[in-house]
Design a protein around this ligand. Structure first.
Ligand code: B16
Ligand code: MG
Length: 219
């Protein structure tokens, strides 16, 4: 039976995906790299440097920048992003998620955070939801980011549960792959075609309920 939940943060609990894309878009504009749908969804879930490489490679210009220049671009994006997220309040918890967290807690289900973001603890604090979670995966301490299984595997360890007793929630393709390869049960939130590899799909965060998940899993 299911005993725990591992949550992605950006795009699942927090309305921050728009800030990531806003901050990256500014960098892309400066570098004269066209912003596309593929970049918009491609940067979801993958770490900061991988996001920059995806953007540079979309125009085939990654080799034009030294490692130092890439570090400086990633830092500039993060400085801008941090300014944007400093305005977050509990109202920026995505629709339905306050209720869902409270319901899981009332049912004694354990929760952890499986985010690729180094800013996760700061965001949880701003949203005032830190106390729901047993722990937060430190993405700088795992070998490989999403789509590798490491982040979601670590989230199950934090819960002290075997992966098959854990449900993982994600809004990105990279994240669903991470959940599946960690041996957990994947819940995709967003476009069902894009997230077709998920075991259960919900169109948006407001559709996610414990009752629906139980019904899907015959639990
Ligand atoms: P940072 P998640 C991910 O968070 C974002 O989806 C992704 O766009 C971002 O590049 C990544 O965090 C790293 O974030 O630059 O703050 O360390 O969706 O895994 O919660
Ligand atoms: Mg996400």
């Amino acid at each position: 039976t299911i005993k725990g939940f591992a949550f992605d943060l950006d795009g699942v609990l927090a309305d921050t995906a728009r800030f990531h894309s806003q901050a990256w878009r500014q960098i892309a504009d400066e570098l004269d790299i066209p912003w596309t749908e593929a970049l918009e969804s491609g940067i979801k879930g993958i770490d900061r440097m991988s996001s920059l490489m995806l953007i540079l490679n979309s125009k085939g210009v990654a080799d034009n920048y030294s490692d130092e220049e890439k570090e400086a671009l990633a830092k500039r994006k993060n400085d801008h992003y941090k300014e944007l997220i400093s305005t977050l309040t509990p109202d920026d918890v995505l629709p339905g998620m306050h209720e869902f967290l409270a319901d899981l807690k009332a049912n004694d289900l354990k929760m952890s955070i499986a985010s690729a973001s180094k800013n996760a603890p700061f965001i949880l604090d701003k949203l005032q939801i830190s106390d729901y979670f047993v722990g937060v995966v430190d993405p700088s301490k795992v070998k490989q980011g999403k789509p590798a299984p490491d982040i979601f595997a670590e989230a199950a360890k934090i819960l002290n549960l075997p992966p098959e007793q854990v449900v993982g929630l994600e809004d990105s393709e990279a994240g669903i792959t991470s959940i599946n390869d960690a041996g957990e049960i994947s819940v995709g939130i967003g476009d069902a075609l894009q997230l077709h590899a998920a075991k259960i799909n919900f169109p948006s965060t407001k559709d996610v309920t414990l009752a629906q998940i139980k019904a899907h899993l015959n639990w």
